[in-house]
Design a protein around this ligand. Structure first.
Ligand SMILES: Cc1cc2nc3c(=O)[nH]c(=O)nc-3n(C[C@H](O)[C@H](O)[C@H](O)COP(=O)(O)OP(=O)(O)OC[C@H]3O[C@@H](n4cnc5c(N)ncnc54)[C@H](O)[C@@H]3O)c2cc1C
Length: 398
């Protein structure tokens, strides 16, 4: 699929470019380029810059505060963010919870929550996984018992990304025991600032804190914060996962990573020659470039489905598998290219930057933390093995 932009699209592209040139804080750009994590305040600041411009929720319809863009404009916007090394705002409110409420929320829920998501007054996290219920998500045990006009929630969620940044959680809970495990699952919107909620950090392989375990101990939730009907949770969860998996693959970001890999491989030498000029390394880079081009085409097909308000089917799984594999492969090749300069790595470099004298070339400092960080990509959002099962069942009919 070849995209040729109309004159209006090219004008829009220029508008996005000059906005990013003027408003993207240089430190955010540098953080994104080096793969350094953003603090809560930094996320909120960048979110609000996009919000002020009316561009923070590209996928939302205009009536809810979205920019009302065409698929091509959304594509251009994503690409320009990637080109400019602009971080993406956290997706849990804007992409997942927002899309869910637009589709399944009551008028009151939309009126209350959507503006707060847009303005970053609320930051959300996603409460799906539990100890013992990850791939087998329907096995979740967190209970919500209806008592009058409230639910009382007990249980725990794990691997909850950025729960320590968030003040709300959209949560899968069990409201009944049905014939199938998928029955009796519901979605509740939970205020994390209640005293009976505890959030504990989990430190990742890269030494950083973005994961958490969240505990609910008799947490009271107003019944008006149930999304859809009781028992609709499985249907809603699948809808949100489609959006999540599409969001996982960013080809603009992957292209920038590939460009960074090429720069590193041009600077590093193998027996006196730039690494990028050796046949073996060139072949590896070419393979990734081909993968990335086909990934981009699939991404456009999925965007078209989303804009026509069609459910995103197994293509989202395909995108998730390939998108994460490509980025993992790039991170592996970067690590291979810098060789021993990667050994003295330090995880917190990704969070706070680095003010020690560099060991080896500047670009080497974040390569291995980034490699470790990306190991998670094939697990979060539903592991790639599970995505393959979905394709086998729903596309191949196996
Ligand atoms: C960095 C990160 C961020 C995350 N953020 C969130 C979040 O914000 N909110 C949230 O709710 N969850 C989050 N998760 C959880 C994530 O969704 C789960 O880790 C994932 O679904 C896998 O579940 P599990 O960890 O329980 O592994 P398990 O389900 O125990 O799987 C272990 C291994 O067995 C394989 N496996 C399991 N079942 C099958 C099968 N039927 N066929 C083939 N292979 C199988 C899996 O692929 C995996 O390799 C996050 C995870 C990570 C790593």
């Amino acid at each position: 699929m070849q995209l040729s932009f109309s004159a209006e699209d090219r004008a829009f592209q220029q508008e996005v470019r000059s906005f990013l040139k003027d408003y993207l804080p240089p430190r955010r750009r540098a953080q994104e380029r080096l793969g350094i994590a953003l603090s809560r305040d930094e996320y909120v600041q960048w979110h609000r810059i996009l919000y002020e411009r009316g561009w923070v929720a590209p996928t939302w319809p205009k009536e809810y505060g979205g920019p009302g863009w065409t698929v091509t404009q959304r594509f251009i916007f994503e690409e320009e963010l990637g080109e400019a090394y602009a971080p993406r705002p956290l997706p849990y409110g804007l992409v997942m919870c927002g899309s869910m409420l637009i589709r399944f929320g009551t008028p009151e829920q939309k009126a209350f929550y959507l503006p707060r998501i847009l303005s970053a007054e609320d930051l959300w996290c996603q409460g799906y996984s539990e100890p013992g219920a990850g791939s087998d998500l329907a096995g979740l045990q967190t209970r919500a018992e209806r008592r009058g006009d409230r639910y009382v929630v007990n249980g725990t969620k794990i691997w909850t990304s950025y729960a320590h940044y968030a003040n709300r959680c959209f949560c899968l809970v069990r409201t009944a025991r049905g014939a199938r495990k998928q029955d009796g699952v519901s979605v509740l919107l939970i205020d994390l600032e209640r005293p009976s909620v505890t959030i504990r950090p989990i430190i990742g392989l890269d030494g950083l804190h973005y994961l958490n375990q969240v505990f609910f101990d008799n947490v009271e939730v107003p019944a008006t914060d149930l999304v859809g009907e009781e028992g609709d949770g499985w249907k809603i969860a699948k809808y949100i996962l489609g959006h999540e998996r599409v969001g996982v693959a960013s080809f603009a970001r992957a292209r920038k990573l590939l460009a960074r890999l090429k720069k590193i491989a041009a600077a590093e030498r193998d027996a006196g020659r730039p690494l990028i000029e050796t046949d073996a390394f060139r072949r590896k880079v070419a393979e990734i470039e081909i993968e990335l081009t086909s990934l981009q085409t699939t991404g456009l097909r999925v965007l078209a489905a989303l804009s026509a308000d069609r459910e995103v089917g197994p293509e989202a799984s395909l995108l998730k598998i390939r998108g994460t594999e490509v980025e993992q492969r790039i991170s592996e090749l970067m690590s291979e290219a810098i060789a021993w300069y990667g050994h003295p790595y330090d995880g917190p470099v990704l969070k706070d930057g680095w003010n020690e004298p560099p060991i080896g070339p500047d670009y080497a400092a974040t390569v291995n933390p980034f490699y470790f960080f990306w190991r998670k990509a094939s697990i979060s959002g539903g592991s790639n093995e599970i995505q393959r099962n979905i394709i086998a069942k729903r596309t191949l009919g196996l």
